[in-house]
Design a protein around this ligand. Structure first.
Ligand SMILES: [Zn+2]
Length: 107
């Protein structure tokens, strides 16, 4: 992913609309590119800040955005774990099916 891809995806990220694959690339780029992280901070400030001012609440951009990024990483890890689990389950089922077929012909 390059910087212009990243910039295009910032609004989607802030609205939690990115798909898993996009999200993984997005997080990776955010971790390695300070310019883009700054750009994201600004966009977050604009979108969230306006809303927050209307509600009369304070805004700690660095902290909130950091927390959002951590949550995204956690979410990706959980998805990966779930996938690993499902893959393991499928392999197990396949082995059972093979065993059943063998048993059927051998008995
Ligand atoms: Zn960048």
């Amino acid at each position: 992913m390059n910087c212009s891809d990243f910039e295009r995806m910032i609004p989607g990220y802030l609205q939690n609309e990115l798909k898993e694959k996009e999200l993984a690339q997005f997080i990776q780029h955010a971790a390695s590119c300070n310019a883009c992280k700054e750009e994201m901070t600004i966009q977050y400030l604009i979108t969230e800040g306006v809303q927050r001012l209307e509600d009369g609440k304070t805004l700690d951009v660095e902290k909130e955005l950091g927390e959002k990024l951590r949550q995204s990483k956690r979410h990706l890890r959980q998805l990966r774990k779930l996938k690993d689990f499902l893959e393991g389950l499928i392999i197990l089922l396949l082995l059972c099916a093979i065993a059943a077929v063998i048993w059927f012909f051998v008995r």
